[in-house]
Structures are given as structure tokens and as C-alpha cells.
Design a protein around this ligand. Sequence first.
Ligand code: DP6
Length: 401
Amino acid sequence: AAMAAERALAVATCTAPVNIAVIKYWGKRDTDLILPINSSLSVTLHQDQLKTTTTAAASRDFTEDRLWLNGKEADVGHPRVQACLREVRRLARKRRGGSEDTAALSLSYKVHIASENNFPTAAGLASSAAGYACLVSALARLYGVQEELSEVARRGSGSACRSMFGGFVQWQRGERPDGTDSLALQVAPETHWPELRVLILVVSGEKKPVGSTAGMQTSVDTSPLLKHRAEVVVPERLAQMMQHIRERDFEAFGQLAMRDSNQFHATCLDTFPPIFYLTDLSRHIIALAHRYNAHHGHTKVAYTFDAGPNAVIFALADTVAEFVEVLRRSFPPTTNGDGFVRGLPVGSAALSPELVAAVVTEPLPGAVQYILHTQPGPGPQLVDDPSQHLLGEDGLPRSRA
Ligand code: DP6
């Protein structure tokens, strides 16, 4: 048997989660280093429902760096991919302190990287956050880097730095021009709030809106509301949100999450020319959530929307069955209804006539494609089982059966 140090191929596989912000990141002060104009806070979602898996391999036999996304070869020269590669290699070099460690993987070997999602890319759930968090985790593992890596993931996509931790995560904006203090920090682990649930409403047939990278830059350049938000509103809200999470105060958490989503979309309208991410359907879902809460006399569900048409709803576990039934009545599935609710199991609930009359006002058949039921989850994970590697012994993507 060959000795480990002489192995032709070194391989590492990791998985990483999606996150959803409750205090939104929107706007950069440095577009190259990806430094934000305000801090943000998110909930990491469970990888049982949504995750990216990435395998990184290095070999003296590889002649060039290569990248495959969901089985298709992609541009490894993308500046953000290159920034992540460069930064992980820099940390590896630093770690070895310049001394030639012969057992360590050579930094001059080319790498092959394969990445895929366990969710349909077309659904608009494809998350650059999970993708870059996973890329950085797999590369770090490959090179034996153990440093704090949110700073590196940030170079891939701002929101990716928050996917480097599980549970409730803050990305602190930092002050330094070099970005060394613009990091993610865990506010609380995923076990902190066991009753918290998340429903992702995947909406049907929407075309791709303006990307966040371009959109937020136009907002920074033109929106006075965004400036006020970053300087005055977010600092106050961030402190409040951390306290609501610490106290597991769903009402306060939910109200602030809705307000912050609404303000983010207000800054989009204040951008010139304006950007519209909310659709008629988004506004319909917003109104529905408010009617539902009003009927119960308190905040039982909270919505949040990012730079796309899908809605994310927070609720406590004991609300899910009833609210999902409200959604089923409000957006009756046009096919047989199988697979309308996916992810964690949802119990059945009977709705009172009063609830139906007050909340289910004008049903929109087929408007919601399906609902994904999930919960907060852990950060990136190492995949030990070699059969799970996305690259085979030849360093090429395994054919996916
Ligand atoms: C609306 O992290 O995708 O989802 O840093 O340019 O890659 P880049 O942008 P990205 O922006 C996310 C914006 C958001 C809010 C959030 O996740 O905080």
C-alpha cells in the first residue's frame, strides 16, 4: 500500500447551510472586499432540507483548476471563487510558517471542485451563501486550515459568512478598511430555540429579478433611506433582535423581522431607478399573515422576503399545522396536492369557520408551488464517508445515478 504522503489524490467533502436574514444586509462600503454598510443577523436553516455539498480535491496530476456546479462545468476563474481559493491557500501557507512540511498537501497542486445542492436550482432557492460557505469549508479541510473562516466566505458572497455558523448568527460590519473585523459571530446555537420553525413558500413561475450584488450597489448610490437605515435604524434593531432571540420572545422577534424585511424593500423602492422584489403575490402573503395575526390577537407568524419572490415564514411549532392549512386554502394546489408540503412533517388541523371567514379571503389557486417546512440548524459539516465524495478516484465528477 502507498504511504499517505504519496497518495496521488487528496480529497475533502463538506456540506453547508442556507441562512435567512432577519436584519438584512443591503449595501457595501467596499465592493471588492465585500464589506457591508451595516451589520446583519440571520437564522441558519437545517441542512436536512436545504444544503450544498462540495468536494475539493488536489493532485499533482491535475493540469488546471476546474469547477463543476450541479454536474456542469463552470468558470473556476470567477473572481469570487478565485478570492476564496487565494485566501484559503494564504492561510495554509501562513499556518505552515514558510517551513516546508513534506507531509502537507502541496499548495502548488491544481484543485478540482464539485458542488451540488439537495434542492431544485430552478426554485430560486439556489443560495450563493451556502455555496461559498461550502467551498471555503471544503478547501480549508483539504489544506488543513483551522482558522476562523467567515472572513474568507465573505469574499465569496456577503451573506455566505453567516452560513459558517449554525443557529442565530450576526455578521458584524467591522470598522477596519482591510475587513479583518468584518466577521460572523454565533449569537446562539440552533438548540437555543427548539420550537422555532420556518416555512419557505416557493412561488410559481417568476422570472429572475435584479441580482443582489447589482441591486444593492444602485441602492447605495441613490437611496437616502438606505443611508439612514444603515446609520440609525439597523444599529438599534440589531441590539433589539439579539435580545428577542436571547429571550425567545417570538412576538417581538417576528414583528421586528417583518419590519426589517419591509424596510429593506422600502429602500429598494427608494432606489433610483427603483427595484421591485415584492410582487402582487408577496403583498397578498403579507396581508394574509397580518389577517391571521389579527384574528388571533397576537403575532403568531412573521414573514420575510429577500431579493426574490419566495416568502419565508417564521412560526412556533404549535402554529405550523393551522397556518399550513390556511395556506392550503389560500393557495389551493392545482395538481393533486401531493408534495405541496415538503420537509418536516406537518400535522393536520381543522380551521374554525370564523378563522376561514376572517383570513382566507380570495384564494389564488396554484400561486404557491410548494411549502418547505424546516427549522434552525447547524453550521458546515465534514462528510467522513468517502462514498459521498462528488469526485471520483480520477478526480472527475461521479456520474449521478
Ligand atoms: C437581500 O450576500 O447575495 O439576501 O454580497 O453581493 O454576494 P453579495 O450579496 P448577497 O446579498 C444578500 C442580500 C439579502 C439580505 C441578506 O441575506 O442579508
